[in-house]
Write a protein that binds this ligand. Structure first.
Ligand SMILES: NC(=O)C1=CN([C@@H]2O[C@H](COP(=O)(O)OP(=O)(O)OC[C@H]3O[C@@H](n4cnc5c(N)ncnc54)[C@H](O)[C@@H]3O)[C@@H](O)[C@H]2O)[C@@H](O)CC1
Ligand SMILES: Nc1ncnc2c1ncn2[C@@H]1O[C@H](COP(=O)(O)OP(=O)(O)O)[C@@H](O)[C@H]1O
Ligand SMILES: [K+]
Length: 475
């Protein structure tokens, strides 16, 4: 029975290799009970609910592997319920993998056939996409690309089986082109690529069917989806008998001339999320008060980086002048938990000595790069970062022994020990200057109040994405 995966707490994320391991374990424990039968049955149930009630047939695109097998089981069960089904496949039945070959034989025995092209001029009540699943090994091209283009242009809903064809389930990268599904029914467990990069734009509404696989058959994996907050992401209730000192003193250093707002945004967010006190070290010395948030204190940045704070953020509007570099060097040498953002990351990227200092810190270090900043830190292109966001963020966490939030659609939070989480809140309404500064402030607030660094970064990313949004006005 498919469920909404967002109702689960931190569901694990399975890469293609993990899924093959599950299949292996299942087959050993339950010979002769292919998972494909359950996958096709679940897909047929969902397809019944989604098919438009117009009497138009259902188009089933079936590929050359087991994803195609799922599609053929789905087609047979839909036809048995009285739906008109048009199967389109160019796969050679003699070369199908065993379970898919069985599905083809069953479909044929039930009177089914397959067209070798999408019929022109025909409209459909639903498209079932079973071209490629987690076995995608190269970019989609040729006829497949044409079919995907036709499917994407159809007015009816599209249901993708396991992952939208063309989307890499491990990374969320579109390889060539991909089905833009309205719904994706994914099997066994969630895949990271459904949640980050191009995944959310292509998967539509996610449904998960574990196909009856027992939890003890699932391999331990490093990744999970940040669907809801866990107890470790929450601060304890505030004692009545408390004072501002209990909730930590946070510093924010940044705000060079012309970019003062970035530091103010971070500072304001830190107060809003409960830091006991927040002091800004603004590089533009003309600014000494925030009339909109007069609780913010101001100190010369040189003094603030050397002050006994509970947490220091460096970066929002910092700039990359010589003064900024010295401030960063002092901060890196301190034993204060550090959140590095924006130009602090750019300075780090351009300076091997500073990078070395950062990697050697014993106090917690948190990095919040957007893909451009991450690319500079990794000395590669933004495209390379986006092609495998999990790998990029993991590399940064290892290299800097830091907790890292690689921002953007499906923010990836990685930890030095190798664990990672993909956030599921937020959206393109956050794509606006100043969003990242607010995230920095939220992280700082949670750290100031004593939350563990990795938990604070995850909780901040989740909360930042959950804030009520006012979408930009349409033009
Ligand atoms: N792992 C499991 O136990 C389960 C797998 N199931 C289904 O099986 C799928 C995985 O099946 P497969 O491993 O057979 O992989 P796929 O069906 O995703 O595709 C593999 C086939 O496509 C070819 N191929 C890959 N990329 C191509 C491209 N760009 N252009 C042309 N040909 C390409 C491969 O050479 C191979 O023949 C899952 O996504 C899921 O739908 C389900 O039956 C549920 C259980
Ligand atoms: N399309 C998007 N979907 C989800 N989150 C987004 C999207 N675009 C931006 N964000 C979020 O908005 C914030 C932007 O941060 P950043 O790029 O550093 O902006 P700035 O430095 O201008 O404040 C990050 O938290 C990022 O994850
Ligand atoms: K698919």
């Amino acid at each position: 029975m498919p469920i909404d995966p967002f109702t689960l707490v931190s569901p694990p994320l399975f890469a293609a290799a993990d899924l093959r391991e599950i299949e292996h374990r299942w087959t050993a424990a339950h010979p002769g009970r292919p998972l494909m039968a359950g996958a096709g049955a679940a897909a047929a149930d969902l397809a019944c609910m989604l098919a438009r009630d117009t009497g138009e047939p259902i188009l089933v695109l079936a590929g050359p592997g087991n994803n195609g097998g799922d599609a053929l089981v789905t087609a047979r069960l839909l036809a048995a319920q009285g739906f008109r089904v048009v199967v389109v496949s160019r796969a050679d039945p003699a070369r199908l993998p065993p379970d898919a070959a069985r599905a083809w034989a069953d479909w044929r025995d039930a009177g089914g056939n397959a067209l070798t092209d999408v019929p022109a001029g025909q409209s459909f009540g639903l498209v079932v996409d079973g071209l490629y699943g987690v076995g995608l090994v190269r970019a989609i091209e040729g006829e497949d690309a044409r079919w995907i283009g036709l499917a994407n242009a159809m007015a009816c809903p599209r249901l993708a089986l396991d992952v939208p064809s063309g989307l890499d389930g491990d990374t969320g990268q579109v390889r060539g082109c991909a089905v833009r599904a309205d719904h994706t029914l994914t099997f066994l467990g969630l895949k990271p690529g459904l949640l980050t990069a191009d995944g959310p734009d292509h998967a539509g509404t996610l449904h998960l069917d574990a196909l009856g696989v027992e939890p003890d058959m699932l391999p331990a994996v490093a990744g999970s989806a940040l669907t809801r907050l866990e107890a470790r992401h929450r601060l304890p209730p505030r004692p009545r008998n408390s004072h501002k000192g209990v909730f930590g003193h946070a510093g924010v250093v940044g705000g060079a001339q012309g970019m003062v707002g970035a530091a103010l945004i971070a500072g304001r967010a830190a107060l809003a999320y409960g830091a006991g006190a927040v002091t800004l070290g603004v590089l533009d010395a003309r600014v000494a008060v925030d009339y909109g948030e007069p609780r913010l204190m101001f100190a010369p940045p040189e003094r603030l980086v050397a002050a006994p704070l509970d947490v220091l953020a460096l970066g929002p509007g910092l700039g990359q002048a010589a003064q900024a570099r010295v401030l960063l060097e002092t901060a890196l040498a301190s034993t204060c938990p550090l959140v590095l953002d924006a130009d602090a990351l750019n300075l780090l990227a351009g300076d091997p000595a500073l990078s070395e200092m950062a990697a050697r810190r014993t106090a917690p270090t948190l990095l919040t790069p957007h893909p451009g900043e991450a690319a500079r830190l990794l000395a590669c292109g933004t495209y390379d970062v986006q092609a495998d966001r999990i790998a990029a963020a993991s590399m940064l966490a290892r290299r800097f022994r830091a907790h890292v939030a690689l921002k953007g659609a499906g923010t990836v939070v990685t930890h030095p020990q190798g664990r990672y989480a993909i956030n599921t809140t937020g959206g393109p309404h956050l794509a606006q200057a100043g969003s990242g500064d607010r995230l920095t402030g939220i992280v700082v607030a949670l750290l100031a109040q004593g939350m563990a660094p990795g938990d604070a970064l995850e909780a901040a990313v989740w909360r930042h994405g959950s804030e009520p949004s006012i979408p930009p006005a349409a033009i």
